[in-house]
Each structure stands twice: as C-alpha cells, then as structure tokens.
Design a protein. Structure first.
Length: 505
C-alpha cells in the first residue's frame, strides 16, 4: 500500500496532503495548511521577501517531518504563481532543496488548472456534462471548461486575490474609485476567455480555493444551512456588503476569518464578475484542490486500476495529438512507429528490463520524434528535443517531458552518451534507460523506414546471446526496412551486448 504526499506552495498559503493507495482508492491520512503570504511582496516588488521565504521554509520542514512519520514513498512538491513570477525564485528553490532535500517543480497555470480539474472531475457527478471549474488562488485564477470529464478550454488569468488586493485596493474599506478600477481590470483580463466560454452551455459551475470556501461558508450560515449552490444574485449582494466593511468587520463575519478578510473583497469580485458575465446562475464549492490533483496523478501513474488512470491517459493522448498537429508531424507514420515500438518493448522485456514508465515515454517519443522538422530539416532532432522539453504537454511532469525529449532526440546520426547535454541532468540509471529506449525507437522507426508500412508485423524471440526479429512483410518486400535495421545492429550490440538477427518472410 504505497503512501503519497503532495505539497502545494502557493501565493497565499502552503498546503500538504498525505494519502495511501488502498484497493485502487486514495485514503486520506493527514493534511495541513498554513498562510505564509509568499506571493505578497512579489506582486509589489517582483521579489519574494526574506521573511515570507523563511516562514515558508519552516512550514515545509514541518511537512517533511509529517511525511516521514507516515512513510511516504513518493512526494511531489509544486510551486505556483509566486514562483513563476518572482525574480529571486531560483534562490528560494535552492533554499528549499538545502533545507528539505526536495526539488520544487514550478508548474504553469495551465498545468495547475489541469491537475485541479483531474481531482474535481473524478469526484463530481456533474462532471458527466459540461462543467466550468474556477480556482482562484493568491496569484492567479484558473478557469477550465470540460465536457464529460475531458478538458475543452483552459485559461490561467492574472486574477489572484492577493495580487489584486495589493495592486488595486490601497484603502480599508476600499474606495469606490479603487473598486471601479479593479472591475475594469477584471473585465480586461477576462476578455479572451469570456469570448470562448460564453457559448459553452455550462451545466455545472464548481469553485475551489479558500475564497470560494469563505463565500460558500458565509452563504451557508446566513441563507442555506444545507450547503447548496451559492446563487449569483446572493453573491453580488455579499460582494457589495463586504466592500463597505473594514477588515476587522469582515473578519467578524462567521466563515471568513482574520487572514482571509484582508483579501476576500478582490477574490469575491473576481467570482462575481466571472459568473455575471458568463450568465451563470450559481456555483458549487468543492474542497478539492491542487494537492488532490497531484495525489490523483501519482496514484494513476502507480496503479493502472485507479479511477484516475483513464482520465490521465485521455489527457496525455489528446495533448500529444495536439502538439503533433501543431507542428505538422505525420501522425499516421508516427502511430505506426508507436505500435512497433510498443511491440518491441513488450517482446524484449527480458533484455532491456526497463521500468514500466519507460513504455509510456517510448510511445510518446514515437508520436513526437519528428516535430522538429517544422522548424528546420537541418538539425531537426535537436529542434524536436527543444520543442518536447519546453512545450506544455498535459499529463506529463517536467522530468517526464525531458525523458521523452531525450528518447526522441537520437533518431539521426548521433547517439546518446554520458556527456550528451540531454542526459546530463539525469541519474546514471535514467541515462542507461534512455539509451535502451533510444535503440528500441530507432528499431521501430527502421521497421517503417519507407513510410508505407511495408512491415505488417514483427515477432521478437530472445535467446541467451541473441535477439531475433522476424518480419512479416507486405507483398513487394521490405528492402529499405531491412537496410535500415542492418545499420542498427552494431548499436544494438553496444547497448545490450547481444547480436540482432533479422529474419524476413
């Protein structure tokens, strides 16, 4: 029963969630949260403040002790808006690594939205239809439209509650002029998303994060003890009320609290404008968030039997297809190479002994290994590496993208070595794994060298000192494929220490 930990370093707070995978389901063990306002100085001066960094480090060390006590085998630590924006973010990341041993992964706003959607969609009945998901944090607001659980549109807007409070609301209570300026800014930031979402026929609106929790809590205590959806009309009234009160008066309202009171006006205005301008009648609050999405991703990668696995696979396939289409790659050719690569991976397991995740990375590399030709045929392998490693590919972490890119990089004359730039950040075991995956993909590509599917099928036979590939060729033969395979025999022997025998029928 593996135990996973997810840490979310946000602009307003730092959050931890620990869960154990039991019979394909996540079982909550522990959660923790503390407001550190890491993003506060970023939105004023573009830098993380020393006090906020020190406070956040203390919290992360506490989280680390908790994770150790639960014996967490896998921990994923991500940073969001403040670490995307701060000029001194690298120094903070080094500090975190020195203090905890963790490498923080700074994720994009789109990946943040995808992970939150993964958690909510898998736990919401309304996700069977068209759902709009709103997650408003301290630095940004992620807006995601999905249909039957599959993402159709996703936007990351610079509309975080901490960010907007410091940029626009200088007085307490805020002056009318400040509120009007903030409203105009929200409209401008929403403009592109509004046009694409307006015709969405949204059936369910779900809001997450601390601001949504506070607004839903106030509505529940004053109007609906059952905790139902928060009507847009009631939200508008609440926004007007909150804007007239000082922070101390807002904090006294049940459901808000002292720290939330300082930023809730800006956050509430964002929710109101989103609902009003999109013509939405209400929103439902969900307790799920980024850390739940991280846990879902980790459990789905570990166990194919989880409910999250299919959603992750769909997102990955869709993302790969979109990237290949964008860069005009020949997807029919790439799909055939992918099928051949997977067949070789399965048939040669006793030889390569690669972990299961390499199968998925190999398949992804097969789909994307020609995208670099869009930039230039000269050096297209280097271009492919750059595009894959630097593109937003939903469902894959930065490390996973780098592994896929490294496998796709060596389809030409060059071969990977320890000194190769794409392999330098990798561990010795990962470098060795990439070399093995590279030769498998090179063989798969050779099996379709003529791009006409001359090889209909391939059977792998593994012997002590030899690996035999028996090809079933179309009528007319597969001379080019045999020639291309012959060229790979020496490299195959170098990587696996076995002879490659090629048999055609």
């Amino acid at each position: 029963m593996p135990t996973f930990g997810a840490v979310d370093i946000g602009a307003n707070s730092v959050r931890l969630k620990v869960a154990r995978l039991v019979r394909h389901r996540l079982q909550l063990l522990h959660e923790d949260r503390e407001v550190t306002r890491l993003g506060e100085a970023v939105f004023q001066r573009g830098l993380l403040s020393s006090d906020a960094m020190a406070h956040t480090i203390e919290v992360l060390q506490r989280f680390r002790r908790a994770l150790q006590s639960y014996g967490a085998e896998s921990v994923r630590v991500v940073g969001t808006s403040p670490l995307r924006d701060a000029r001194n973010a690298a120094s903070f990341l080094d500090w975190v690594r020195a203090a905890t041993g963790w490498r923080v992964e700074v994720i994009s706003g789109l990946e943040e939205g995808r992970l939150i959607h993964l958690a909510v969609a898998a736990n919401s009945r309304g996700a069977k239809g068209r759902m709009l998901l709103l997650d408003l944090g301290g630095g940004s607001c992620e807006v995601t439209l999905s249909d039957r659980g599959e993402i159709r549109q996703i936007f990351s807007l610079q509309l975080g509650a901490v960010r907007l409070t410091h940029q626009f609301l200088q007085h307490d209570p805020p002056k009318r002029r400040e509120l009007e300026q903030l409203q105009r800014y929200i409209h401008e930031e929403m403009a592109a998303a509004e046009k694409r979402l307006a015709a969405g026929r949204i059936q369910l609106t779900v809001a997450t994060s601390g601001t949504a929790a506070a607004l839903a809590g106030v509505y529940q205590k004053t109007s609906d003890p059952r905790g139902g959806a928060v009507p847009t009309a009631d939200l508008s009234k609440l926004v007007k009320r909150l804007a007239k009160l000082g922070a101390a008066e807002r904090a006294a309202i049940p459901g808000i609290g002292t720290r939330r009171a300082q930023i809730i006006v800006a956050g509430a205005m964002v929710y109101r404008e989103l609902l009003v301008r999109l013509g939405l009648p209400s929103f439902h609050y969900s307790t799920l968030g980024l850390r739940d999405g991280l846990l879902a991703q980790m459990s789905g990668d570990y166990d194919r039997g989880t409910s999250f696995r299919r959603r992750i696979e769909v997102e990955r396939r869709t993302a790969l297809a979109h990237l290949a289409t964008h860069y005009s790659a020949d997807q029919k050719f790439a799909e055939h190479v992918r099928q051949l690569a997977l067949k070789l991976f399965a048939g040669m397991k006793p030889v390569h002994q690669l972990p299961a995740e390499y199968e998925e990375w190999l398949a992804a590399a097969a789909m994307l290994h020609e995208v670099g030709a869009y930039i230039n045929l000269t050096g297209n392998r280097r271009h492919s590496y750059y595009i894959i490693s630097n593109s937003e590919i939903f469902g894959y972490t930065v490390h996973q993208r780098n592994m896929i890119a490294a496998i796709a990089r060596y389809m030409g004359k060059s071969r990977p070595s320890i000194e190769s730039r794409p392999l330098r950040p990798l561990s010795p075991a990962e470098s060795a794994g990439v070399r093995k995956a590279v030769i498998l993909l090179r063989l798969a590509r050779a099996l379709n060298f003529s791009r006409r599917r001359a090889v209909q099928d391939v059977t792998v036979s593994v012997r002590h000192h030899q690996v035999a590939l028996r090809l079933k060729a179309r009528r007319g033969g597969a001379e080019l494929e045999l020639w291309a395979l012959e060229k790979e025999r020496r490299y195959f022997r170098e990587v696996f220490g076995r002879e490659l025998l090629i048999l055609a029928s």
